[in-house]
Design a protein around this ligand. Sequence first.
Ligand code: DDH
Length: 288
Amino acid sequence: AAKKLQGPFVPKFEDYQQVYNSIAARLEERDDYDDGSFGPVLLRLAWHCSGTYDKETGTGGSNGATMRFTPEGSHGANAGLQSARDFLDPIKEQYPWITYSDLWILGGVCAIQEMQGPKIPYRPGRSDRDVSFCTPDGRLPDASKDQKHVRAIFGRMGFDDKEMVALSGAHALGRCHEDRSGYSGPWTFSPTTLTNDYYKLLLEEKWAWKKWTGPKQFEDVKTKTLMMLPTDMALVQDKGFRPYVEKYANDNEAFFKDFSDGVVRLFELGVPFTVAEDARWTFKSSFD
Ligand code: DDH
């Protein structure tokens, strides 16, 4: 009998869901990290791939996974993200058909959903590119700056005020590390669960400059355990940003909706998709 011709392997939804499940299982298994979870640093990896996008030149963004290479991998803003890339390497070995760039973004999607955030619809289509596609240093935000800087950086990616405030709610998660950014501490009391606490704390706590020799940051006067960066504080100081901070502090559902929409857009910056927008997939979470 004639041997049936085997076409190239074309992964489908079920295949990506399997990758999702493997990342989720590894998140559960590897609790040997800050606050017991690699979730926050996985999200930061996905954001730092995407946040290099420049709408004028179409360069940067989540296509390419160019942070694998030295110039971009050693940019100051990316300090510490090696741990997230290492975390995902065994997954890449298990599913060699997925590109690094699709995998790193899927890692961000999985991290958000597994940390009880909203669903983040996803489509594949990113391809890995070589070192010549590395973006120049300085495209990611500098935490010591003010609202003008936040608007310039996120405006360059194509975001408006509402989206800037919604995306910043990611700082409900994770913490700053002195040996990475120079800053220190978490923003909330539950750094491995996504909630609107970041906005509530911004409005309800009293914040003062932390007295220390490190970079200028705020600490909460009451417990001195939480922190805000100058760029976080800009969101309540600025007249254009503040109404959104108030809205999200009062309405977790509105935050989840706008955060999900913003992240979907962020994670797709600079990608020449062949899959239509209305064909995005929504993955089952481990607890669904
Ligand atoms: Fe962020 N972020 N971020 N951030 N970020 C840091 C940590 C984390 C800024 C600076 C810092 C976003 C926006 C901004 C996460 C997600 C997102 C740290 C500390 C600094 C500094 C790093 C370290 O020491 O390890 C600035 C400035 C901005 C801005 O101007 C708006 C956005 C948009 C996101 C997102 O995910 C959509 C996460 C998660 C972390 C915690 C990482 C960890 O290891 O924990």
